[in-house]
Design a protein around this ligand. Structure first.
Ligand SMILES: Nc1nc2c(c(=O)[nH]1)N[C@H]1C(S)=C(S)[C@@H](COP(=O)(O)O)O[C@H]1N2
Ligand SMILES: [Mo]
Length: 240
């Protein structure tokens, strides 16, 4: 065999062995990725973090949870992808200190979780373990005027809705960043969705960008201004 041929033959063997190894190591990693999220083979990474696919929590306190995929996507402008680099959450209106917070700054508040069902007026529902911060903590940070009556929300897609201030404070309403223990998917409202428990789905504003403390009880959000109930109580009337 000529020197040149031999070199080509050897590199051929090396490439073959390499190709044999790649699927083998992938297969091993897949097998060790148990539902508990532990990887017995993790030491092979020698100090590096081995990232495993995120696993959704599907039961909570004996109750089955829906999947983050069990939603019927029907947002007014279709699903949005919010870029965290330019994302700011505004807290404005009747507050001492208006806020403009980055994603991480918003999450500086204590984390809370609860399993709550979203019911869309179209007839489907989804029960999810929502995790995020209490809206009242965010409003307290801004120093909201307790004589205000209404909180008006705006989203990245231009969607709007509003809810009574008392409801938000008294019911520990959450601004969620996680669903079933995994990062909120883009189409579900990443980075933040309002968990408007006991309200129809159209009050659960996704991709929240602005929270305005107000006394404007006449404000009507996107669906509310098209005839849907301003109160939006689940089980109550859908229309006014
Ligand atoms: N920003 C924004 N939030 C929104 C909507 C929307 O169009 N835009 N749709 C609402 C409706 S009608 C429902 S039922 C819930 C869940 O919608 P999804 O299934 O599309 O996630 O999100 C609500 N929040
Ligand atoms: Mo809905």
């Amino acid at each position: 065999m000529s020197k040149e041929k031999k070199a080509r033959f050897q590199s051929g063997i090396a490439a073959f062995l390499f190709l044999m190894l790649v699927p083998l190591s992938c297969g091993t990693q897949g097998k060790t990725a148990g539902p508990a999220g532990t990887a017995p083979g993790a030491s092979a990474a020698q100090g590096r973090t081995v990232e495993l696919p995120a696993v959704e929590v599907r039961s909570f306190e004996g109750k089955n949870l829906s999947s983050v995929d069990d939603f019927s996507e029907n947002s007014i402008q279709g699903p949005r992808k919010v870029d965290l680099g330019s994302y700011r959450l505004q807290v404005a209106g009747l507050v001492k200190t208006p806020l403009s917070l980055r994603y991480e700054e918003t999450l500086a508040h204590p984390a809370y979780s609860k399993a709550v069902t979203l019911n869309c007026v179209e007839g489907w529902s989804a029960t999810i373990l929502w995790e995020g911060i209490r809206l009242s903590d965010l409003l307290a940070q801004a120093g909201y005027d307790p004589s205000a009556t209404t909180v008006i929300f705006t989203a990245h897609d231009g969607y709007t809705t509003s809810l009574p201030l008392d409801y938000i404070v008294d019911r520990d309403i959450l601004l969620a960043a996680k669903m079933n223990g995994i990062a909120m998917p883009a189409e579900r409202g990443y980075p933040f969705t309002l968990v408007a428990e006991d309200k129809w789905g159209y009050k659960w504003i996704k991709w929240v960008t602005k929270i305005e403390v107000s006394r404007d009880t006449a404000f009507r959000g996107y669906w509310e201004s098209r005839g849907y109930s301003q109160e939006g109580e689940y089980g109550g009337p859908m229309f006014e």
